[in-house]
Unconditional design. Structure first.
Length: 469
């Protein structure tokens, strides 16, 4: 039976990662991500996935971010009943993220129906909290480096990828008669020598490599965050404005808060209140603090026996009522809220209120995918559409580089070079087209793979043939 690898997401885009490995009838899905960003991409979440969820032997989840895990409840609707293996920290974070994603979709659908701005009557969520709970029940935690055999002839294990708490690359070994082939799925590769998260483990020797390329066409600036934002923050604080930082609840919110508090403690920024307006970020911070010795975290996260992830002068807001009370508070202050790409969640209500005033500042601290409000702002849009209204962009905004949890092209090369030998074939995924093609060219130039491919959505490859030529 031919070993095949099909790409049902994470191809031609940085979202929706779904890779289907098949051998002798056994089907293993690596990641079950939701498409985000452009409307044409988001609409794919409503399409059939391209495979029968009922036939999967297992799902191997690299980490908890929604673009890697958020399609699981939709697969449950389509009959998914197999185990979903992940690391122990991912198990806790995925429970949090999936339930939150379902609640946001239910709330957004209800809000659209109330305001009447949806084209659908009625507007429906992609999935419900009941679907999310059913998906969570399938999560099966596994230790780093522990081998499992999810299907006959297929072994797999998770190795630390850095990136966020619990993130992993997936090493699979597939037996075909007397031959065993290794296929490694990078997941999202973390940065080197960054605060909060540890360096990724070395790449195992592999025959085939599926590697992300989010930043495959660029390198992160070396300028520290302070240099990039201090002047803008000081100006906003002098105007008694409010700083809004859209941020991913997992990983980014903790990192940004840690950096801001360090700057204030060192006297480089004045003391102003910091508000974390995201129940998910609050819970994620708690989970991070429970896993301070996890392989995916930096070893220097405690001070005098206390976690540095719960700094002073930071207020956590869980309820909707607490979030609404922020509307009545004047500046100067800093609000950190999700989502990081301004695709949904509480941050949209803050953005809608703060954007029209020149006193305020929006700080974009992460990658903004094509089609997102953050990308529109970065490209100079005069208005952004929020809840069916065109909101004028009058507030100042700054886009901070270098805080991404993704390795850049130089760091991706560094990681690939840690392998003992060059892969026979590499598939460049999880990147926008220019980024993926640029990274393919770089791998070719550096001779880091014998053959390279940039897959298209729905494209399938005969791995047996590729690895035997």
């Amino acid at each position: 039976m031919t070993m095949k690898l099909a790409f049902h997401g994470g191809a031609g885009t940085v979202t929706g990662s779904r890779y289907l490995l098949q051998e002798r009838g056994a089907r293993v899905l690596v990641d079950a991500g939701m498409f985000q960003g452009l409307k044409r991409l988001r609409q794919r979440n409503w399409n059939e996935p391209g495979f029968d969820a009922r036939t999967l032997a297992c799902v191997l989840l690299t980490h908890a971010h929604i673009d890697h895990s958020g399609y699981l409840p939709r697969l449950v609707q389509q009959g998914l009943t197999c185990p979903v293996y992940c690391t122990r920290a991912t198990f806790e974070l995925a429970e949090l993220l999936l339930m939150d994603a379902a609640k946001i979709q239910e709330e957004d659908a209800a809000f659209a129906n109330e305001k009447g701005f949806s084209k659908h009557r009625p507007a429906l969520p992609l999935y419900t909290t009941e679907d999310a709970a059913a998906a969570i029940a399938l999560l099966t935690p596994i230790d780093y480096a522990a081998w499992i055999e999810p299907a006959s002839g297929i072994r797999a294990r998770f190795l630390n990828a850095g990136h966020i708490l619990g993130a992993a690359m997936v090493e699979t070994r597939v037996s075909e008669g007397t031959r065993e082939s290794t296929i490694v799925f990078s997941g999202d590769v973390g940065r080197y020598d960054a605060p909060l998260h540890s360096n990724p483990d070395p790449l195992p020797e592999t025959d085939a490599l599926v590697v992300e390329s989010t930043y495959g066409d660029r390198e992160h600036p070396s300028a520290p965050m302070e240099e990039q934002i201090r002047d803008s923050l000081l100006a906003c604080i002098d105007r008694k404005g409010t700083v809004l930082i859209p941020s991913f609840a997992v990983g980014r919110s903790q990192l940004v808060t840690l950096i801001l508090r360090e700057l204030m403690r060192a006297g480089r920024l004045p003391e102003v209140p910091i508000h974390i307006d995201s129940p998910m970020a609050v819970d994620a911070t708690r989970i991070y603090s429970h896993h301070l010795r996890d392989l995916s975290l930096d070893g220097d996260l405690t001070e005098d026996g206390r976690s540095r992830l719960f700094p002073t002068n930071v207020e956590f807001h869980r309820s909707v009522e607490e979030s609404k009370r922020l509307n009545a508070l004047s500046g100067p202050r800093i609000i950190i809220s999700s989502s990081g790409m301004l695709t949904g969640g509480r941050v949209l209500h803050h953005l809608k209120r703060l954007l029209p005033s020149r006193n305020n500042l929006v700080v974009l601290v992460g990658f903004q995918a094509a089609g997102t409000r953050g990308r529109h702002m970065a490209e100079g849009a005069a208005t952004v559409r929020i809840h069916g209204e065109d909101v004028p962009v009058r507030a100042s905004f700054v886009q901070v580089s270098g805080l991404s949890a993704h390795a850049d092209r130089r760091e991706l090369v560094r990681w690939i070079e840690t392998a003992g030998r060059v892969p026979r074939v590499a598939f460049i995924t999880h990147g926008e087209p220019d980024s993926a093609l640029s990274f393919k060219k770089l791998l070719h130039q550096k001779k880091l793979a014998r053959r390279t491919f940039v897959p298209k959505i729905g494209e399938s490859f005969d791995l047996s043939a590729l690895l035997n030529t």
